[in-house]
Design a protein around this ligand. Sequence first.
Ligand code: M6R
Length: 364
Amino acid sequence: EKGGYEHFMLKEMYEQPKTVRDTLSPRIKDGKIEIEELGMTDEEIRAINRIHIVACGSAYHTGVTAKYVFEGMARIPVEVDLASEFRYRNPILDENDLVIIISQSGETADSLAALREAKSQEIKTLGIVNVIGSSIAREADKVMYTWAGPEIAVATTKAYSAQLIAQYLLAIKFAAARGRITDQEVEEYLGDLKKLPDQIELLLSNQTKIQKFANRYIAAKDVFFIGRGIDYAISMEGSLKLKEISYVHSEAYAAGELKHGTISLIEDGTLVVAVATQEDLYKKTVSNMVEVKTRGAFVMAVTNEGNIDIEKAADYVIYIPLTNKYFTNSLAIIPLQLFGYYVSVGKGCDVDKPRNLAKSVTVE
Ligand code: M6R
């Protein structure tokens, strides 16, 4: 049951520190990452030529993030596909490729079909799945479970967080096996990962502040989420969280792409949520914030602690605690989940069971 929370979604958001801990800790032994269920030797990991990440919805968004992490840390080329596209595009797969299918339910029809497509070409498959014994878990060559426990709310939160963690662990493991990072770097990454649960807890404690802010946007017509790199991936998830439960139209845009069309939609008072956690892209995103602000947008920014100069370009700022640049999604998504949740609550929507949606999409 809801354990005293008003909605399953709220309860599940609050379970995220535990979920992150549960997905991490069984796989860290003596300062090293051990993913037994992967069943791959270092030699086999070194032989991987390319990774294909295939999923739907929020699971796909974790894959978009993971592409930056795998490529940045391990220098393995990654393609990320929506399962509904992958299965029909006659994908070019090579025997040294690894196909990773990500799914909370393990029953999503398109993701299952994508898995079968990869298997029919005899390509190695790995499922990152939450529901034990589900179809994708049963059919994938290997399964890495996300230990999030049952997720009831249609809008995913804790399973999303666990999927990110699983992929960070794989990326670190692959980078180490391929000699791209030193033991000391592994230790540093693990140190940062271990801090995430407490940092998430801290961000969750901001809920009243975010609720007040969200109440100002219950009548919003359009909201735009912008960011670059991993911040773009976070924007995609922030936008989906808002629209699926509150029915407010929202879109995520790569910040540098705004000028190529979307900026014409900015009017006086339009809310633009800018995510700026990637220090190397920070200045670029801030200049995009200024561009929309001068055209009348109200800018809410999510950035790293310490970036106070952002207040010149934003009307409202949420700071996230410091972590490694690859892991910021795990923190920046928390205020965005809370924002979507409170807009939905403010509008009196059915938060846990939004119209027209099902928890697990078993039709094509
Ligand atoms: O069970 P799955 O992870 O395969 O589900 C994928 C999507 O249907 C799911 O993430 C959906 O987008 C959620 N409603 C997002 O909150």
